[in-house]
Ligand binder design. Structure first.
Ligand code: AMP
Ligand code: GLY
Length: 422
């Protein structure tokens, strides 16, 4: 089969790496891909949100299955367009991807179908939102309705901070139309976990649990990032908690969507807070998580491409269970100087081969490009160095020793990825 993966980050590198191992995969393309992906797939210079460009390419190259990484393409309706053209694609349709693209849609669905989540109120008027904040006090959480590149959530410790977030989103319009409407919600406390499942809207197969690390510095300090690392399994998710999440969050949501006439096909990702009152949903994503995918896929023994094809055909029931490697996996993100603010580019990366020779290590590229024989930095998050070990502790040790072999000017990374699990 001829496969096209859409996207350019370490998540897409992990997807390409895993799909290329399938006995069904003869040729794999990635659009636009990156320096690391180009070592496995043929990278095509088409942007992930250029739907007509991707469609033209998939037709011309007789692609048998397209797999979508990023949310923007999904929310623009790439799946609907491909299916209209008779092309097979893995991912939810636009109406289903709304679960991620509109936080209001997602919260209203949760309220209607009794999916546990933080209490919330929706606003389209900034003055009313600010009055409400004064009434409920801090801490509280302010969320832009639409997609904001992972920056649309402010967990405010003080009333002024929350009101300022309202000003920025609704009056200064820093996220454009995405902040036209906002949500103000109750601030939850507890540990977070990411639960990803694959569903064809009738059957659900769960992926292994994972935990992301969103802040840039150790001990969850500093500004939010796209994710500085992840590990799998998330040991705080015991089998009882897992079952509760599946019953109360995953199944209720998929069934609720079906009742609304929306068939969800693809990956459903629930960001969950494990509160003292049980697991509550923080957000849904309509795609594979980044960097969770980099920590999950190295543990997956089953053929991912087979699962994706079955999902697309509505025949996930023939898969039932996935096979997992019992070992733990840790992914540590190496970022460019300045990230998550303005960051440097074009720095030469050394030591990649040496790191991968360490055994049980894969280096997924996030923001890199090839220049002759060299690999240069080309993004804020540059690499996801990923290691498997008999325990989380062993995976951590292996991953950090591999990182010591890698270098580029200004490289920084967290030293505590996975430590919460020990
Ligand atoms: P979201 O994009 O909704 O997942 O929000 C991003 C991050 O903000 C989450 O991973 C949490 O760390 C935090 N967050 C979101 N909603 C809440 C909430 N209601 N209470 C506390 N933290 C939250
Ligand atoms: N790990 C967070 C996300 O993928 O949105």
């Amino acid at each position: 089969m001829r496969i096209l993966v859409v996207g350019s980050g370490a998540r897409e590198h992990a997807l390409v790496w895993k799909i290329a191992q399938s006995r069904l995969c003869d040729k794999i393309f990635c659009a636009p891909g990156n320096g690391g992906i180009s070592q496995i797939a043929e990278c095509i210079d088409i942007k992930a949100d250029d739907i007509s460009g991707l469609l033209k390419f998939a037709r011309k190259e007789k692609i048998d299955l397209t797999v979508v990484g990023p949310e923007t393409a999904l929310s623009l309706g790439i799946v609907d367009e491909f299916e209209k053209a008779g092309l097979k694609i893995f991912g939810p349709a636009k109406s289903a991807a709304n679960l991620e693209a509109s936080k209001i849609f997602s919260k209203e669905l949760m309220a209607k179908y009794k999916v546990p989540t933080a209490d919330f109120k929706i606003f389209d008027n900034p003055e009313e939102a600010k009055k409400y904040i004064e009434k409920i006090g801090a801490p509280c959480v302010v969320k832009a309705d639409g997609l904001a590149g992972g920056k649309g959530v402010v967990v405010a410790k003080a009333i002024d901070e929350a009101k300022n977030a309202v000003t920025l989103m609704m009056q200064d319009k820093i996220f454009g139309d995405a902040g036209k409407k906002i949500i103000i919600e109750e601030c939850l406390t507890g540990q977070e976990a990411s639960i990803l499942v694959i569903t064809d809207s009738k059957e659900v197969v769960a992926l292994a649990s994972a935990q992301d690390h969103k802040r840039v510095f150790d001990n969850d300090q500093g500004p939010n990032t796209g994710g500085m690392g992840a590990y799998s399994p998330a040991t705080i998710v015991t089998s009882d908690i897992f079952k509760e999440i599946m019953d109360k969050i995953i199944y209720r949501t998929i069934d609720g969507l079906a009742k609304e006439g929306i068939d969800y096909r693809g990956v459903l990702y629930a960001g969950v807070m494990l509160t003292k009152d049980g697991p509550k949903t923080l957000e849904f994503n309509a795609r594979f998580g980044d960097p969770e995918t980099q920590a999950i896929l190295p543990r997956l023994k089953s053929d991912l491409l087979e699962v994706m094809l079955a999902t697309r055909e509505g025949k996930l029931s023939k898969i039932r269970n996935l096979e997992w490697d019992d070992r733990a996996c840790v992914c540590v993100v190496c970022a460019a100087e300045g990230y998550p603010g303005n960051y440097t580019k074009d720095k030469e990366i050394s030591g990649l081969d040496a790191a991968e020779k360490s055994g049980d290590i894969v280096v997924f590229h996030a923001g890199t490009k090839k220049a002759g024989n060299k690999i240069l930095t080309n993004g804020g998050r540059v690499l996801g160095v990923t290691g498997l070990g008999g325990s989380i502790k062993e995976a951590i040790n292996k991953t950090y020793s591999a990182i010591k072999k890698i270098n580029f000017e200004g490289m920084h990374y967290r030293l505590d990825i996975g430590r919460k699990a020990i």
